[in-house]
Design a protein around this ligand. Structure first.
Ligand code: ATP
Ligand code: MG
Length: 143
């Protein structure tokens, strides 16, 4: 699933010379609704790639913790100010409309990530520091 998503961003990953790392254990199995889980992964990876700095590093991690499945996407891009961190999960909310216009989005990606994570019985959280980067973490129950 992740390989397929990554392949659709090959050109921009090359252009920005991004270092994308995938960390996953060998024997972790997630039983989930792929039609909900795929857009969660796609939107978080797409954002990390778009908002990463040139030559930036993106780390995609999967692991299991206390009967929960954890998926996180970490970037070392522009980061998000504390006062915007709640709002970016709202539909159509974008931090810098002028600057983000050329990246062509609608501000729907994170609203989808949040809705779908909840529909799967989980949630999404954010750790972010302006100028340092952002980590989005999706936690889903293991059924
Ligand atoms: P869409 O996903 O609909 O194409 P979008 O990427 O602007 O458009 P969201 O994915 O919902 O919309 O993100 C909302 C806003 O949150 C973005 O416009 C951007 O300002 C900010 N944002 C999201 N992810 C990151 C990130 N990894 N680093 C910095 N800012 C981010
Ligand atoms: Mg987006």
């Amino acid at each position: 699933l992740i390989d397929k998503i990554m392949r659709s961003y090959d050109t921009i990953i090359d252009e920005k010379e991004l270092d994308v790392q995938l960390k996953q254990p060998q024997n972790l199995v997630l039983n989930t609704k792929v039609e909900l889980f795929q857009p969660i992964c796609k939107n978080l990876i797409e954002n990390a790639i778009h908002y990463a700095s040139d030559k930036g590093k993106i780390i995609i991690t999967f692991y299991e913790k206390e009967k929960e499945f954890v998926f996180s996407v970490q970037d070392d891009g522009i980061g998000i100010r504390p006062q915007e961190q709640e709002r970016i999960f709202e539909r159509f909310y974008r931090v810098d409309k002028a600057r983000s216009r050329n990246s062509g989005g609608n501000g729907l990606g994170l609203a989808i990530v949040k809705d779908y994570s909840r529909m799967l019985g989980g949630n999404v959280t954010l750790d972010s520091y302006p100028g340092i980067g952002s980590t989005f973490t999706v936690t889903l129950p293991i059924l």
